[in-house]
Design a protein around this ligand. Sequence first.
Ligand code: G6P
Ligand code: MN
Length: 450
Amino acid sequence: MTKPPFILAIAGGGSTYTPGIVKSLMVRLADFPLAEIRLYDIDGERQDIIAPVVEKVIRDHSQSIKLTVTTDPEVAFSHAHFVFAQMRVGQYNMREQDEKIPLRHGVVGQETCGPGGLAYGLRTILPMVELIDLVERHADNAWIVNYSNPAAIVAEGVRRLRPQARVLNICDMPVAAMRNIAAVLGVDREAVTVNYFGLNHFGWFTQVLVDGVDRLPQLREHIARFGLLTEDAAATDPQHSDPSWVKTWRNIKPLMDHFPEYLPNPYMQYYLMPNQIVEHQNPGYTRANEVMDGREKKLFAAAAEYKKTGILPDAFHVGVHGSFIVDVTRSLAFDLRQRHLVIVENRGAIANLPYDAMVEVPAYITANGPEAVTVGKIPLFYKGLIEQQLACEQLLVEATLEGSYEKALQAFTLNRTVPTMQHAKAILDDMIAANQDYWPQLAQAYKEGI
Ligand code: G6P
Ligand code: MN
C-alpha cells in the first residue's frame, strides 16, 4: 500500500470545482495527509487564474504542502499516488452547444443526458484514455479517481480500451441525493445506508436504511408533498440550491407519483418526463449559461479581487462534491472498505443485466479497487429502461472508436429523450457541424456518406 503523505495531482486544475475540492482536502488533512498537490490542465491560462485561489486555500491550512501548477504531464504525474480527473473537453462553450442544439429540435438539452450527453461522450472518451496513458507512463500504480462526465460513457469507453487501468469512476449525484434524504429524515448523512442500482445518472434507490430500518415509506410521504427537498431549500449546498436544481429536486415528486416503488436519481426526469423538461427550458439560456454567469464568473471575480486586495471572497462550492471524492480516495488509500456508490463493471452484481455493463451500485472500496455488493435481480420495468440506455451508450462508444456515423445515429435514435429517427439525424448533423474540431473522423464518415 502507498504510504502517506501523498502526492495528489488534479487533472483539470482550471475547473470551477478545483478550489472546493482542495478545501475539502484541507479540512481532512489529518485523515488524508498530503505532501504535494499538483494542478494540471491543458489550458494553462485558465489554470493560472484559479491557481492563486488554490494556493490561498492551501496556505490557510498548511505551510508545508507543496503546490505545483503545470501543463506538463511529466511534472504533474511523476511519482503521483493519486490523480483526480475532472476534464471538461470543450469547456463550457461546448456544453452550451450540447444543450442548445437538441433544444432547437424540441429535444432535452442537457450536459450528460440525451443528445448533449452523447455529443459530450464523443468528445471525451479518447482524451480520457490519453490521460490514463500519461498517468501510467509517469506514475506507477497511481489510482485515478474520475469525475469526468459523461461518466457512464467514459466508464464504458475506458473499460473497452484500457480494461486494466486503475481508474475508479465516480459521480456525486447519488451522494447529493443522500444528503437531501438525510436532511429530510433529520439524520446525519453518514447514518444513511442505501441500496441502489442503475447506470450513472440513470438509477434508483431501493432502500434507505437508518439503523437497519428502511425509511423509504417516510420519504415517500415527504416527497409526495415537497419532492426531495427540505422545506428550506437553501439548506442544501450552494450548487444544488440554484433555481434549476431546486426544480430538479422537486421533480422527484411527479416521478414517484407515477412509480412510487423506488426513489429515482434526479436525472431520471430527463428520460421519463422529457416533454415537461423541454417546455420549461429556455433555448436561448441554458444551464451552461447559468453556470458561466454564476459559478464561473463568481470564481473568476474572486480570483481577480484576491489578486488586487489580498482578500479572498468565499466564492466556491464546498459540499458533497469535494467530500465524496476525498472519502472514496481515503478508502482506496488505506484499504478502509467503506461502502460508497460508484461505477463498476457489473460482473453479476445485478444478476439480470449484462456481465460486462458498467453499472452504478454500492461497493466496498478497497486498496485494490471497488468490490460491488450483490444486488440480485431487478424488476422488468427498470431492467427494460436500463437495457435501452445501456445499448445507446455502448453504441455511442462504438461510434467513437470506429468513427461510425451509422452507429452514432443509432445511439441518438435509441435515446429515450429522442422521439424519432428524424430528430436523431437532424440533431446529430448539427452536432457534427459544431464538433468539427473534436470529431474529425465522424465528420469525414458523414461527408463520405453523402
Ligand atoms: C451533478 C452531477 C454532475 C454534473 C453536475 C452539473 O453534480 O453529478 O455529473 O456535472 O451535477 O452541475 P452544474 O451545476 O454544472 O449544472
Ligand atoms: Mn454525475
